[in-house]
Design a binder for this molecule. Structure first.
Ligand code: TPP
Ligand code: MG
Length: 818
């Protein structure tokens, strides 16, 4: 590009950074824009350099930065508009600065783990640095107007873990553009014009989640723009060991759309070529936005001036030649060179700009550090006064004053140092009755409340819209209520909800045309169109990701996993992304997805799983619903579809053809989450079970009654939340004996239930014999009826375990069975 000529540059509308306009720019305007871009890039580089030093000197714990990736991100920012979305990874600070979605103050606040939402709005100090997010849930739980803001879904550290969600963010635009019934949702979209921008490192494209997402977006034809930041390394592992042909866009060429086919537009551009990058992003995003075609922008020749992160130096694994090449091809070095050659700025002007930027970033870093250090020093001051007061009354005064001196001398102290000194004081003076201790105890109590809020709040949304606040409506039955198959009960429930709420969508393998493998959605695609009820490829992770992205953008997805055993394929998305979303943004983001699946008893190793222990441990942050029949399942869907928190609903695989009575209010009645139900009253033993084993336990109860034993059978209905009204614990007051029956491995779901009843509900207090669990065997269940009988709890097993417990308590009344 020669200097002093009018230059046509891309049309963009972004906030916070310079823009080019479609009209021809004068050289002066162009010059201003380029200089401003360079300034943003250079400040961003300073933030990286200073950030690394702050880690190495111990003020911050870990640092990973976007140095070497600045220029491409300046170009990408120009194409980013109000309503658009980013789902990316930890290299994107320059893009975030250029769009104004974050700033230097927030950058440093997150680096120092400042737990103040105002200071680190992305994560309130909960996430590592450069894990970006904008807040799109208001304090009262309502949605922000996403159509007017720039939006960034909260990053996660697992590489490629954000890709499935990116699919959903892009798919939402497709639904908003094609489904005219959604026009009333104005705060989420303007005619589906929004592009979902994704970024990913070259190494992370080796992940299955990348390929699964890539293919799905090609099939769905959604406005998704994936940028691959290619620096030829993934920590120490070079491209040769990551990518076939060492070139990701080369091997993805088969996805290029051709005349008459779907597919992608694929672009390749070098990461230090400012002009080419601006032009490429303009073209790529234009086609993506207008035509709803996914695009890939492979940005090559990027560098890592400081290596991968603060956990090691790249001199260990990069050759001298490579390091020299990286120095020369540093994108800011190249941009600077081009600016001087094109007479955009002189060397002196650039020097001046850089010196000012350096000083500016340093000042901000100091200010942010001082703010946090000041708050912590206040805590230290307060606790020191309280300890001194105790010391004044204590025979351990010397020790306590020593503690205060030590505390005050701590280098870069944290809040924990103040709290820990307070707790230590109480230990030192444990044998002394001192009035001054009361103030210290009160202070510690008040701090605990604050720190719980800072560090442990918002695992769920905790908003007025939470499903826990949905009013309970009992099912109503007409005298001549129809007796239907379980699947028809669900079908009626879905039909009613789809009619009521146009924002509900359902999708999954075989969900569309045939209405799912058990026909819960039968006939509904015809009635409501394939924009609302649709088939997907066999791709569990991105089925859930599709749900997450849609839910973030105001739709109400039911994402179906065909069988519970296949949920494991989606576990990364459920656990890393969905379950942690509210927590990792401290309530700034939410995704009320309902994941529907079916499991427990059926046939074979991969069609009868019940891995509730795995689910409960991996997915804290989702409600876990385990309805015993389809009516209860319907009530749970009715609740969840009116709430704003994510949930997993596991229907009983063997229950679709069992007859149930159809409530007259099938789309309205609700089942309260956390409400346990006593299915049968008894005085001898409390038996807690859920899902498919309940039917076996109820049969066993009949058999035991014949033997003179009355068991109380309780269905918690949801494992998370678990029996919030202590129905199980209270039952033990009467029976003093506890058995938990499920189909999970030993120590899985049943161990969780034991912990809840014995510890949380204080059940241990009422027991007069050892509590027991009756789970499945440790292997997965073999195929066939006998396989089931010999590996999962049977009616005979339940009867015998209960009887043996009774025998142990009273061998005279209940003599040994055999
Ligand atoms: C699932 C997962 N595996 C491994 C890691 C550890 N890890 C963090 S960054 C990284 C390298 C990523 O390389 P690349 O995608 O090329 O991005 P770059 O850092 O080079 O920009 C690895 C292996 C991780 N965070 N998540
Ligand atoms: Mg890389």
């Amino acid at each position: 590009m020669s200097s002093k000529q009018n230059i046509i540059m891309p049309e963009t509308v972004i906030s916070g950074s310079s823009k080019f306009s479609a009209a021809e720019l004068s050289f002066d305007d162009f010059q201003k824009i380029v200089i401003n871009d360079y300034r943003i890039g250079f400040e961003s580089r300073q933030a990286s350099l200073i950030g690394r030093r702050e880690v190495l000197t111990g003020k911050a714990k870990f640092g990973i930065f976007g140095d070497g990736k600045e220029v491409a991100q300046l170009a990408m920012a120009k194409a980013f508009r109000a309503g658009d979305w980013r789902a990316g990874y930890y290299r994107d600070q320059t893009f975030m600065f250029a769009t104004g979605m974050t700033n230097l103050k927030e950058f440093f606040a997150q680096l120092y783990a400042n737990p103040d939402i105002e200071k680190d709005p992305a994560s309130a100090g909960r996430q590592m640095n450069c894990h970006f997010a904008t807040r799109f849930v208001n304090a009262d739980g309502t949605w922000a107007n996403q159509a007017e803001t720039l939006n960034c879904a909260a990053d996660i550290s697992t590489t490629a873990g954000h890709m499935p969600r990116l699919l959903g963010l892009a798919y939402a635009s497709k639904l908003y553009r094609q489904n005219k019934e959604l026009e009333y949702l104005k705060q989420f979209s303007v005619n589906g014009n929004e592009v979902a921008f994704g970024t990913i490192g070259n190494g992370s494209t080796s992940e299955g989640l990348f390929f699964e997402t890539f293919n799905a977006a090609g099939v769905l034809q959604v406005p998704m723009a994936i940028s691959i930041w290619d620096d030829a390394y993934a920590i120490s592992v070079p491209a040769k060991l990551q990518t076939t042909k060492e070139d990701i866009s080369e091997i993805l060429k088969g996805f290029q759309r051709e005349e008459g086919t779907n597919g992608y537009e694929i672009f390749k551009v070098r990461g230090w070529d400012y002009v080419a990058l601006c032009e490429t992003y303009e073209r790529a995003i234009d086609v993506c936005r207008r035509e709803h075609v996914p695009v890939l922008i492979h940005v090559t020749e990027m560098t890592q001036p400081q290596g991968h992160s603060t956990s090691g130096s790249h001199e260990r694994y990069k050759s001298k030649d490579r390091l020299t090449w990286e120095n020369e091809h540093d994108c800011l070095v190249q941009m600077r060179k081009w600016m001087i050659e094109s007479a955009i700025a002189t060397e002196e002007e650039m020097d001046g700009l850089e010196a000012t930027a350096k000083k500016y970033v340093r000042e901000i870093q100091r200010e942010v550090w001082n703010e946090l250090a000041g708050e912590i020093n206040e805590d230290i001051g307060q606790v020191s006064v309280l300890i001194e007061q105790v010391a004044a009354q204590s025979e351990n005064a010397v020790k306590l004053r020593g503690l205060v001196s030590e505390l005050k001398a701590t280098v870069d102290p944290g809040r924990k140092d103040a709290i820990s000194a307070g707790r230590k004081t109480l230990r030192i003076t444990v044998k002394e009755k001192l009035t001054a201790k009361q103030d210290l105890v009160s202070w510690l109590g008040a701090e605990r409340v604050k720190n719980d809020e800072r560090f442990s709040s918002k695992l769920f949304t905790e908003t007025p819209q939470s499903p826990l606040n949905v009013p309970v409506i009992e099912p109503a039955y007409d005298d001549d209520a129809k007796l239907l198959d379980g699947r028809e009960i669900l079908n009626a429930c879905f039909d009613s909800n789809f009619e009521r709420d146009k924002s509900i969508v359902a999708f999954g393998e075989d969900v569309g045309a045939i209405g799912d493998v058990n026909q819960g959605f039968a006939g509904l695609q015809n009635k409501y169109s394939d924009l609302r009820i649709s088939d997907t490829g066999i791709r569990e992770a991105t089925i859930v990701g599709q749900g997450v992205g849609l839910a973030m953008r105001g739709l109400k997805p039911i994402a179906e996993i065909q069988y519970l055993d296949y949920l494991i394929y989606a576990t990364t998305v459920l656990s890393d992304d969905l379950a942690s979303l509210s927590y990792r943004t401290r309530g700034g983001q939410k995704a009320p997805v309902i994941v529907r699946t079916r499991g427990h008893r059926l046939e074979g190793i991969w069609h009868s799983g019940s891995p509730l222990g795995l689910i409960l441990n991996a997915m804290r942050g989702l409600h876990i619903c385990v309805p015993r029949d389809m009516t209860q399942a319907a009530g749970m869907y009715n609740t969840l579809l009116r709430g704003d928190e994510p949930a997993l609903v596991i229907e009983c695989l063997n229950g679709y053809r069992l007859k149930e009575r159809l409530p007259s209010n099938i789309g309205e009645f609700t089942v309260a989450l956390g409400k346990a139900e006593v299915l049968r009253e008894g005085t001898d033993m409390t038996v807690v079970s859920y899902g498919s084993t309940l039917r076996i336990v109820m049969e066993a109860a009949e058999e035991l009654e014949k033997m003179g034993i009355q068991i109380e059978v309780i269905d918690p209905q949801t494992l998370y939340p678990f029996d919030t009204e202590n129905v199980c614990g209270d039952s033990l007051k009467k029976t003093n004996k506890l058995l938990v029956v499920d189909e999970d491995m030993p120590g899985g779901g049943s161990a969780y239930i034991l912990q809840k009843i014995l510890e949380t509900q204080n059940g241990y207090y009422h027991l007069d014999s050892q509590p027991k669990t009756l789970p499945a065997r440790e292997h997965r269940p073999p195929y066939g009826t006998d396989g089931d009988y010999f590996s999962k709890p049977s009616m005979d097993d339940v009867v015998e375990v209960v009887y043996n417990m009774m025998n142990e308590a009273n061998p005279v009344k209940y003599p040994k069975l055999y």
